[in-house]
Design a protein around this ligand. Structure first.
Ligand SMILES: C[S@@+](CC[C@H](N)C(=O)[O-])C[C@H]1O[C@@H](n2cnc3c(N)ncnc32)[C@H](O)[C@@H]1O
Length: 185
């Protein structure tokens, strides 16, 4: 998981100071850490060594192509320090608040659970979950910040204290960009 953050890190690394991801599921976090580690020098080198072994052992075209891609990423993208990439377990709609140690953020991207594969962990409606999540997030948002919510067409996005500045469709998903009303005043 954390595909989107990893891709954003590769494409826009030079414009980003640090990346922090969270999920309520420990298994999801395991995958997220593995994917995000590709943005660091040591993580990408480790993956290159793994792919070299696969190429030798299995002689598959797909492994060769993956190795070529990894070398391209190594030469063309910015790599992050390990302390600039973080993941933590957090229930976005539970009682717990975001950790005090989490610094102010400028950009939040969240892909809401939808369909059968990814469900909300909690009891409530999509609308109440989004409200709760945005309420928790508010104190951590900087004066120039944007929150992007990727959602399903059927999910209603409710957001007191935020203003939708743009909304658009991308394939089967919709994306709404929110700014804090206090920042717009
Ligand atoms: C559609 S997936 C997001 C995938 C992610 N954007 C990616 O790039 O891989 C939705 C995620 O929400 C997580 N989730 C469900 N309920 C949650 C909750 N209450 N708090 C935090 N995360 C939750 C699921 O574990 C799942 O990983």
């Amino acid at each position: 998981m954390a595909y989107s953050f990893t891709v954003i890190g590769f494409l826009h690394g030079t414009e980003i100071e640090s990346i922090t991801g969270s999920d309520s599921g420990s298994r999801m976090l395991e995958f997220a850490r593995k994917n995000l580690s590709l943005l660091t020098t040591s993580g990408l080198s480790k993956r290159i060594e793994e792919l070299k072994r696969f190429v030798q052992e299995y002689k598959k075209q797909s492994h060769k192509e993956a190795l070529e891609s990894a070398y391209r990423l190594q030469s063309k993208t910015r790599s992050f320090e390990t302390n600039q990439i973080q993941c933590f377990q957090f229930n976005a709609v539970g009682d717990e608040e975001l950790p005090k140690s989490l610094p102010e953020v400028d950009m939040v991207i969240t892909d809401l659970p939808y369909g059968k594969l990814a469900r909300w962990e909690g009891r409530g409606t999509d609308e109440s979950y989004v409200e709760r999540f945005l309420e928790k997030l508010e104190p951590k948002l900087g004066p120039v910040s944007v929150t992007a919510i990727i959602h399903d067409k059927k999910q209603r996005i409710s957001h007191s204290g935020y203003k939708a500045i743009r909304s658009f469709a991308l394939g089967k998903r919709r994306i709404v960009l929110l700014e804090l009303e206090r920042n717009l005043a």
